[in-house]
Design a protein around this ligand. Structure first.
Ligand SMILES: [Zn+2]
Ligand SMILES: [Zn+2]
Length: 121
């Protein structure tokens, strides 16, 4: 690819906003992407911020899901604790809670692995 301004120069990259080819003199490197010098720095910075914010909100939401699932484990442990002394019914209910928690945990791990690879690719 050649620079869109300088037909004689090879492009070293593409603007993340307009996808034009840029040579060394026309490029601004913003760390996470290249921009047309003096033209699209702000736009590319916005794109980068959007991507970063998305990645951040995914990782915080994954944490909150794992924490909100923890009450299932707690209830399960509590019921098993009382069930051992009191009744088999409580014991079964507690075991069910823990099984359900494990299923949710595995499901969430698979889901967030998939989201993570979607962000990174
Ligand atoms: Zn551009
Ligand atoms: Zn150029």
């Amino acid at each position: 690819m050649k620079c869109f301004k300088h037909n004689e120069s090879d492009a070293i990259g593409q603007c993340k906003h307009c996808y034009k080819g840029l040579c060394k003199e026309c490029v601004t490197d913003l760390g996470h992407g290249l921009a047309c010098k003096g033209m699209h720095e702000a736009e590319v910075a916005n794109i980068n911020n959007l991507i970063l914010n998305n990645a951040k909100s995914y990782s915080t939401s994954s944490k909150s899901v794992f924490i909100s699932n923890l009450y299932l484990l707690l209830i399960g442990v509590l019921f098993i604790w009382f069930g051992i002394k009191e009744s088999k019914f409580l014991l079964a209910f507690g075991a069910l809670c823990i099984v359900f928690w494990l299923v949710l945990l595995v499901y969430n791990i698979i889901l967030f692995r998939k989201l993570k690879t979607d962000i990174e690719t």
